[in-house]
Design a protein around this ligand. Structure first.
Ligand SMILES: Cc1ncc(COP(=O)(O)O)c(C=O)c1O
Length: 463
């Protein structure tokens, strides 16, 4: 007998314990060391019989997921996953994500999801307070930093148009170091990007912004996007000086803090964000460094009142919604939404905000210890003092191919995931720490391994 789709029968009960039991197992697992996607044909072969008119049964589908599909996914929460920007959700946050799924909450409108939305707003309030935003600030959890950047810029353009009318072409100002999602948002919006050069530390400065805007002649520029923690280097733009330029020109000041603004809660790095309190909007992704599972990004507006006129969807069947209430759908580009901020709220409530401070501080301290180690090693060069938890370094004489070969080899062995990047046009290694359990000693072992040079397997592979 197959479990019922909607009746809760004995079979379903057993099935539920298997599925949830597996989720608990996954939470406890030391991560599978054998990383790496299987070839598409192999996956296709396994999956071909799974979707058919009769189904294969839940337990068999679960077995395929556990034994074949999951091992073909990279464990993003492994403390030795130091590539890109990984994740490290807390136990409570991940557990509660299951509850959010089980609860079928429509968190787009207050009338449908008031309890969940109120709790999400409490979590947003914590972040807004850390940024020094006024009590009237507010926002919404969206799927990621990309959605936050796009939604903030749509709101920004709307406000500019209300105040100044519509120019022949729209533009935003930003830097080369800005995340690709900002340029993608500009493309979606058909908006030009005025690219401002960065300083030696990869930061946007007030004077550079001022002269780029003067050269551009203000034509259609409606917003400046600064970054608080660039993805590549962890650099924090000069937020306060940028706020001055934006204020003088009545430009919207958006700060992309998808990765770095998590450190607003840090006792070590909070002061590095001086000026964030003057932003019109900012984004920070709890699914990166605030210990929430995918997908969860907080978008916060200083004055949220302007966002609904840019984003609210209207239509005959939506006219009965009470627009006087806080409807999260109105603050970004979306309508239906899951209460994706609830796992963060639950985790904050479970552990307390001090645990967040300690966990973020742990990564910053470990990154600083690794930087010290690199600085002291002959043959290694630390390229930047880490502002947060990204460490960039080179090894004398190494080529891009050598970095890549080592990186692929160690990933395949399940030792660590470390991916090279470039800095000022030259290849280098990049470590990004977001897991409080990443141990400096383990990373030092990687440095020893790098010192020993490219392994034979790696050399064979690249030639
Ligand atoms: C600074 C920054 N902004 C935006 C993004 C995009 O975020 P998401 O992948 O959540 O859309 C990233 C992703 O790494 C990022 O580091």
């Amino acid at each position: 007998m197959a479990p019922s789709m909607h009746e809760w029968d004995a079979e379903t009960n057993l099935f539920a314990h298997s599925v949830i039991g597996y989720a608990i197992e996954r939470l406890q697992l030391p991560k599978d060391p054998h990383w790496g996607a299987l070839p598409a044909e192999q996956l296709a072969e396994v999956l071909a019989p799974t979707v058919n008119p009769d189904g294969i049964g839940g337990l068999e589908a679960l077995r395929i997921f556990r034994d074949v599909l999951m091992p073909a996914c990279r464990p993003m929460d492994d403390p030795m996953n130091l590539a890109y920007v990984a994740t490290s959700p807390s136990n409570a946050a991940t557990m509660f994500d299951l509850v959010v799924s089980a609860s079928s909450i429509f968190a787009g409108a207050w009338e449908a999801g008031a309890g969940a939305i109120a709790a999400e707003n409490q979590a947003l309030r914590w972040i807004a307070d850390l940024a020094g935003f006024p009590s009237t600030a507010g926002g919404v959890f969206v799927s990621g930093g990309s959605a936050a950047n796009l939604s903030a810029l749509v709101t920004a353009r709307h406000r500019y148009e209300q105040r100044h009318g519509r120019p022949a072409r729209w533009a935003i100002a930003s830097t080369e170091e800005v995340h690709a999602s900002v340029r993608a948002a500009a493309r979606v919006m058909d908006v030009d990007v005025v690219t401002v050069p960065v300083d030696d530390a990869g930061r946007l400065t007030g004077p550079a912004l001022e002269s780029a805007l003067a050269a551009h002649g203000d034509r259609g520029v409606f917003a400046v996007v600064a970054t608080a923690g660039t993805t590549n280097a962890g650099a924090i733009d000069e937020l306060d000086a940028i706020a001055d330029v934006c204020a003088a020109r009545d430009l919207w000041f958006h700060v992309d803090g998808a990765y770095g603004l998590a450190a607003l809660c840090s006792s070590i790095a909070r002061d590095r964000f001086h000026g964030i309190e003057r932003a019109d909007s900012f984004g920070v992704d709890p699914h990166k460094w605030l210990f929430a599972p995918y997908d969860c990004a907080a978008l916060i507006y200083r004055d949220p009142a302007v966002a609904p006129s840019a984003h609210a969807q209207h239509g005959t069947y939506l006219d009965s919604l009470d627009r006087g209430e806080w409807n999260p759908s109105d603050y970004a580009y979306h309508l239906s939404r899951r209460a994706r901020g609830l796992p963060l709220w639950f985790s904050l409530a479970t552990y307390g905000t001090r645990a967040y401070t300690d966990a973020v501080d742990a990564s910053i301290r470990t990154a600083a210890a690794i930087a010290d180690e690199i600085r002291s090693r002959p043959g290694f060069e630390l390229l930047l003092e880490p502002e947060l938890s990204v460490v960039l370094f080179t090894i004398d004489g190494w080529t891009k191919e050598q970095y890549l070969a080592w990186s692929r080899d160690r990933a395949r062995q399940g030792v660590a995931l470390v991916v090279p990047t470039s800095w000022k046009g030259a290849p280098c290694m990049r470590l990004c720490l977001v897991h409080p359990q990443t141990q400096a000693e383990k990373v030092v072992e990687l440095l020893d391994d790098l010192s020993a040079g490219v392994s034979t397997t790696a050399i064979v592979e690249i030639h």
